[in-house]
Design a protein around this ligand. Structure first.
Ligand code: SAM
Length: 351
C-alpha cells in the first residue's frame, strides 16, 4: 500500500516495508482502517508486532501509541512510528558496517552452527557493537529493526523455531525460491535501507513507542480513544518468544540469560499471559477490566482461537457493546492461523 499524505504544502510518499511475521495484519489493513471509528484522535496499537497497523493509523493523521513486550518489536515502533524524520545516511551505514570494530562474541559463541556459519555470526557481533556508536536513539532503533528484518529474510521460514537454516541455505531448490538464503547479511541489510528510510514520515503528532506488558500498561494511558488489540491467537502459534527468540537476543544482547535446547532460545522467558490455555481467559478479563476507560476497542481474532468467539463476546459484554465483522481466508499465508477455511474476526466494541 503506497500512501501519499499532504502536510501543509508538502507531499511525502511513504510505504511500510513488506512484513514477514506470524500474525502480521499487513493484508488486513484496509479492513481494519475502514472498520475503525472515525471520531477519534489517539490510537493505541496494543500488541504491535511489526507495527504495520499503528503505522497506517499514523498515516491517517492520528496520534499513535504502540506497544509490544518484545524489544525487537518495540524498536520497529520507535523507528517507524515514533520517529518523525531521522534516517540512516551514508556515514551511519559506514559506521554500522565497519568490520574493524571491537565487539563482544555472544552471537559467535552461542549461535555458530545453529543458524549461521561463523563469518555471519561474527559479522552480527560487530554490527551490534557498531549500533552503539550511532549518536541518535532513532538511528539505533532503525539499524536494529533493519538488521532483524534482514535476519528473517536470511533464515528459512523467517523464524527461529527450527534447525534447518544452515542445511537449507545449501539446498538448490530452496535457494531458487529464496535467493536471500545464501546472501551475506551485509548485502541484505544494504538492499533494505532505502525502503526503511523511505517509510519514515512526520504526521505532526507526538507518537510514542512502549515496551511493556499491555495488561499493566493500558491503565496508565489516559488519553486513548481507540485501542486496537491483536493478541497472540491461542491455539495458533501464540508463543512469539519460541519463534523470534533470536531477534530478541540480538536486540537485547542478553548477558544474564541461559540459552537452552537446540535453537538456543533464551531462558527464562518474559511473561506474556496469552500463550497457555489455562491463563488466557484470566488475561482477557484483566485486559478488559484495565481498558474500560477507553471508549472504543477493536479486536482482531480468528475462528481457530481459544477461547472461542461466543466466550469472547461474553467477556467483552461485561464492559462494552460489541459487533462482530468476519472475513474468510481463501488462500493459505503466514502460518497455522491463516489457513483456507479459517475466518478472521474484528470485534468492534463501543459504549
Ligand atoms: C498477533 S501479534 C501482533 C501482530 C501485529 N498486529 C502485526 O500486524 O504485525 C501479537 C504480538 O503480541 C506481543 N505480545 C504477546 N504478549 C504480550 C503482552 N502481554 N504485552 C504486550 N505484547 C505482547 C507479541 O510479541 C506479538 O508481537
Amino acid at each position: 500500500m503506497i500512501q501519499t499524505t499532504l502536510f501543509g504544502d508538502r507531499y511525502k510518499i511513504h510505504q511500510f516495508p513488506r512484513t514477514q511475521y506470524l500474525g502480521s495484519k499487513e493484508k488486513h489493513i484496509k479492513w481494519i482502517l475502514e472498520t475503525a471509528p472515525k471520531d477519534i484522535k489517539t490510537v493505541f496499537d496494543a500488541f504491535s508486532g511489526t507495527s504495520v497497523v499503528g503505522y497506517y493509523f499514523k498515516d491517517k493523521g492520528y496520534k499513535v501509541y504502540g506497544n509490544d513486550f518484545l524489544k525487537c518489536n518495540y524498536l520497529i515502533t520507535k523507528a517507524l512510528v515514533e520517529n518523525p524524520n531521522i534516517i540512516l545516511d551514508k556515514n551511519d551505514i559506514k559506521i554500522l558496517l565497519d568490520e574493524n570494530a571491537k565487539a563482544d562474541n555472544l552471537i559467535e559463541k552461542v549461535f555458530t552452527g545453529v543458524f549461521f556459519e561463523r563469518d555471519q555470526a561474527k559479522f552480527l557481533d560487530k554490527f551490534r557493537a557498531n549500533v552503539e556508536k550511532l549518536d541518535n536513539e532513532y538511528k539505533k532503533a532503525l539499524a536494529l529493526a533493519l538488521m532483524n528484518r534482514s535476519l528473517t529474510r536470511k533464515i528459512t521460514l523467517g523464524h527461529f523455531a527450527h534447525l534447518k537454516a544452515i542445511e537449507y541455505s545449501k539446498n538448490p531448490d530452496r535457494i531458487k525460491r529464496n535467493a536471500s538464503l545464501t546472501k551475506h547479511l551485509k548485502d541484505i541489510f544494504q538492499s533494505l535501507v532505502h525502503s526503511y528510510n523511505n517509510a519514515i514520515f512526520d504526521n505532526k503528532k507526538t507518537n510514542k513507542a512502549f515496551c511493556e506488558n499491555t495488561i499493566s500498561l493500558i491503565s496508565k494511558l489516559k488519553d486513548v480513544d481507540l485501542v486496537y488489540f491483536d493478541p497472540p491467537y491461542c491455539g495458533c502459534h501464540p508463543d512469539y518468544q519460541a519463534f523470534y527468540h533470536f531477534l530478541e537476543t540480538y536486540a537485547q544482547y542478553w548477558k544474564d540469560k541461559k540459552f537452552i535446547n537446540g535453537t538456543k532460545a533464551y531462558y527464562p522467558k518474559k511473561k506474556s499471559g496469552f500463550v497457555q490455555k489455562t491463563e488466557i481467559e484470566n488475561s482477557f478479563q484483566k485486559l478488559f477490566e484495565n481498558s474500560q476507560h477507553i471508549p472504543y476497542w477493536l479486536i482482531s481474532y480468528n475462528s481457530k482461537s481459544y477461547p472461542e468467539k461466543n466466550k469472547m463476546i461474553e467477556l467483552i459484554k461485561q464492559f462494552k457493546k460489541v459487533e462482530v465483522y468476519e472475513q474468510e481466508y481463501f488462500n493459505h499465508y503466514g502460518g497455522k492461523g491463516s489457513r483456507k477455511g479459517t475466518s478472521e474476526y474484528l470485534f468492534y466494541c463501543y459504549n
